[in-house]
Design a protein around this ligand. Structure first.
Ligand SMILES: Cc1cc2nc3c(=O)[nH]c(=O)nc-3n(C[C@H](O)[C@H](O)[C@H](O)COP(=O)(O)OP(=O)(O)OC[C@H]3O[C@@H](n4cnc5c(N)ncnc54)[C@H](O)[C@@H]3O)c2cc1C
Length: 418
């Protein structure tokens, strides 16, 4: 880990000791954390804000497929925090939080720095979860970082340059990431490899909207993606995966194992959670997410909040009662929670009552290969190139901060000039 730096031109990062200035410390600069910091900095009379995030760049994950295909540029979807936060009144500490002591109101970072907070926001997100499948950690890659994109681009170059019959790339999991990636990879492989999409359940996009599922199935078929449902990956080696099918116990067909030779494996099948150690320990749900009240405060804490993938807020009607099953792990949810949380932090400072989080489902958009997409939402269903353009425009308005939106929008307009 690099020596921590406070990147803001406005403030230095606070350190250990009492926190008289009411600093809000935000752990994690993804959709939940960064958007909370930006929204809070725009409130009238904002408190001092410190964002602790180890990565150099924010990553707009919904557009990662377009970075893979070079339809978008790296600076557009992965702007450096230093640029995003310049002049915004948000200090940035480039470090990882390892431990949180809620009694002393301190967070401890990997670089050994204790940081005091008045209010704390935990927004560390999730990571890949391979469910202990042998060889998965070693021989597969994920799709959630710039390094993952670079690894896949290298694999695609190798597939195209050294064509062999029946080269295969396996994608494990047919949720949105698996389906979107399969379409994009099939386009980019240009016939040099068969893309195998492997799903334990009975269908692709099990949680998806019917229209989007239908469009995704068509897009996969058009690209000759081999979809294997009812199929479980039981082991992964350097050059093959072991499959077991069917997975359904009710099936009359006896289960069989198959060895499938592959050039690469991308694991998209699960989301796991490894938050910093919190003392005294706090309540978590069955998936390891932090349980919160509807106002996004950790249960039993008035000054520690959580949001995004890592948070498990109780339903508004029934606080304190287990998981909230209807809340998906999406940027859309994190984005809306950030808006509420920034306002709740200001309300807390003024001694006003906190407001609960109520999710407004805006619909679902999917990238389905180069220049192709589909969307369902606001009474609209659309597929094809028009949906692709609309999806890009919708995400332009979601990029972090107006200056970055304007830079990206201007770049797109310049690209359109004859
Ligand atoms: C490929 C892909 C495509 C997606 N597409 C969509 C989409 O189209 N629409 C949609 O709504 N959602 C989409 N999602 C889901 C969406 O990106 C997540 O739900 C969202 O990023 C969650 O936000 P978050 O802030 O909880 O976590 P993240 O955005 O993952 O951010 C967590 C941050 O915390 C940092 N961090 C972690 N641990 C620590 C620590 N100990 N100390 C300090 N910092 C830490 C990480 O470095 C990271 O920057 C997609 C996800 C992926 C992977």
């Amino acid at each position: 880990m690099d020596a921590p730096t406070a990147a803001s031109p406005d403030r230095r990062a606070p350190s250990a000791g009492p926190c008289p200035d009411g600093t809000v410390v935000i752990v994690g600069g993804g959709f939940g954390g960064l958007y909370t910091a930006l929204a809070l900095s725009q409130q009238p009379a904002p408190p001092p804000i410190l964002l602790i995030e180890p990565r150099e760049r924010f990553l707009f994950l919904p557009l990662l497929y377009e970075l893979l295909s070079d339809e978008l540029r790296r600076w557009e979807i992965a702007p450096p925090y230093e640029d995003l936060l310049a002049g915004r009144g948000v200090a940035w500490l480039r470090d990882r939080v390892e431990r949180i002591d809620t009694t002393a109101r301190l967070v401890h970072t990997a670089a050994g720095r204790p940081v005091a907070y008045a209010s704390l926001v935990i927004a560390c997100g999730g990571g890949d979860c391979t469910f202990g499948v042998p060889g998965a950690e070693r021989h597969s890659q994920g799709f959630r970082s710039l390094a993952d994109v670079e690894r896949l681009q290298t694999l695609l170059r190798a597939l195209r340059d050294q064509r062999h019959p029946l080269q295969r790339v396996a994608i494990v999991g047919a949720g949105p990431t698996g389906v979107e990636l399969a379409c994009k990879l099939a386009d980019l492989a240009e016939g040099s490899a068969v893309i195998e999409l492997i799903e334990r359940g009975s269908m692709v996009l099990p949680q998806g909207r019917a229209f989007n599922r239908q469009q995704a199935e068509l897009a996969l078929q058009r690209r000759d993606v081999r979809v294997r449902t009812h199929t479980q990956v039981t082991a992964i080696e350097a050059d093959h995966v072991v499959l077991r099918s069917p997975t359904s116990a009710e099936s009359a067909i006896p289960a069989t194992n198959e060895i499938l030779p592959v050039r690469g494996v991308v694991w998209t099948a699960g989301l796991g959670f490894r938050p910093p150690v919190i003392t005294p320990s706090v309540a978590t749900d069955s998936r390891g997410r932090l349980r919160c009240d509807p106002e996004l405060r950790l249960l039993g804490h008035s000054d520690v909040y959580a949001l995004g993938d890592l948070a498990s807020p109780a339903p508004v009607a029934d606080p304190g009662q287990g998981d909230q099953p209807t809340l998906p792990s999406t940027a859309q949810v994190a984005f809306q929670q950030a808006a509420l949380l920034s306002a709740n932090l200001i309300r807390a400072r003024g001694g006003e009552p906190q407001r609960p989080f109520v999710w407004n489902d805006l619909g679902e958009m999917l990238s389905l290969g180069k220049g192709d997409a589909c969307l369902t939402g606001a009474g609209l269903t659309l597929a094809g190139p028009a949906a692709y353009q609309l999806r890009r425009l919708a995400y332009l308005t979601r990029l972090p901060g107006l200056p970055h939106q304007l830079r990206v929008g201007a770049g797109w307009l310049a690209d359109c000039r004859p």
